[in-house]
Design a protein around this ligand. Structure first.
Ligand code: HPA
Length: 271
């Protein structure tokens, strides 16, 4: 496993001159940010040694190296979901490679169903915390030396980055919500009873990704900032049929705002 990670990192180092400290994972329907990156090198996942290949519609599956907000960044345009059949090791492999490449700050985005009754479709939710509701833990098995056997999760989402995001949103007049993201395996969207249960568990939004990557990032000492785009509502009385297309459409409409927050934060981070 360590050898594989090192081989992929070495291949990337040999194929790009950029040495970013910041990485971005773009969620479903949120690939627009990729078009704002001044791309220096783009690698289809199929070309990257040991990389799984992304299959879900709406994901192009490219590893990008470029500049955003004046800073070198690495971006995963398309992530690997557990529901696609990838193992947790595969789902989180890119984060392992990021750590090996010297990434210290990770920006993640996803599309999610909102369960907080105050939320509306098209809201941006700064992720303040998460609930791991996936059927398998990404750190199960032999502990890799990037972090302790029993990693702390008291600040999974970096408070300083959250404060910076709040400031930037206020300056730009972008309305943001805040809340807890619950990661479930999918691929079904929730039944009304499941939305109710997740709300009772303490979640404001639910989605099928992010939590495994964030856990592995934290285990590797990478600080994390995350945003959920609320694409549908799991709120009693507001639950309607959901489709992947609608999720993509709703995500598409707000992605410029999310991109604006990400870009401005990255520009303000010290290199
Ligand atoms: N549930 C789970 N995943 C999702 C949802 C949802 O309502 N919306 C977008 N991704």
């Amino acid at each position: 496993m360590l050898e594989t990670i090192k081989e992929t990192a070495e291949w990337l180092r040999a194929h790009t001159e950029l040495r970013p400290h910041i990485a971005i994972i773009l969620g479903t329907g949120l690939g627009h940010l990729a078009s704002e990156i001044d791309i220096v090198d783009a690698f289809p996942y199929a070309d990257v040694p040991h990389f799984p290949v992304s299959t879900v519609e709406g994901h192009q599956g490219r590893l990008l190296f470029g500049r955003l907000g004046g800073q070198p960044v690495m971006a995963l345009d398309g992530r690997f979901h557990y529901y696609e059949g990838y193992s947790m090791t595969e789902v989180t492999f890119p984060v392992r490679v990021m750590h090996e490449l010297g990434i210290d700050t990770l920006f993640v985005s996803n599309a999610a169903g909102g369960m907080n009754p105050d939320f509306e479709i098209g809201d941006l939710m700064l992720i303040t915390d998460h609930i791991n509701h996936m059927p398998e833990h990404p750190l199960r098995g032999k502990n890799l030396p990037t972090g302790p056997r029993f990693p702390d999760m008291s600040e999974a989402y970096d408070h300083q980055l959250l404060a910076m995001a709040r400031d930037i949103a206020a300056e730009k007049g972008i309305r943001v919500r805040e809340g807890v993201y619950l990661g479930t395996s999918g691929p079904t969207f929730e039944t009304p009873a499941e939305y109710r249960m997740f709300r009772i568990l303490g979640a404001d939004a639910v989605g099928m990704s992010t939590v495994p990557e964030v856990i592995v990032a934290r285990h590797s000492g990478i600080r994390v900032f995350g945003v959920s785009v609320i694409t549908d509502l799991g709120v009693e009385g507001k639950i309607v049929e959901v489709s992947h297309e609608e999720v993509q459409r709703a995500a598409n409409a707000v992605q410029p705002l999310m991109a604006d927050i990400f870009r401005t934060m990255i520009a303000r981070l010290e290199a």
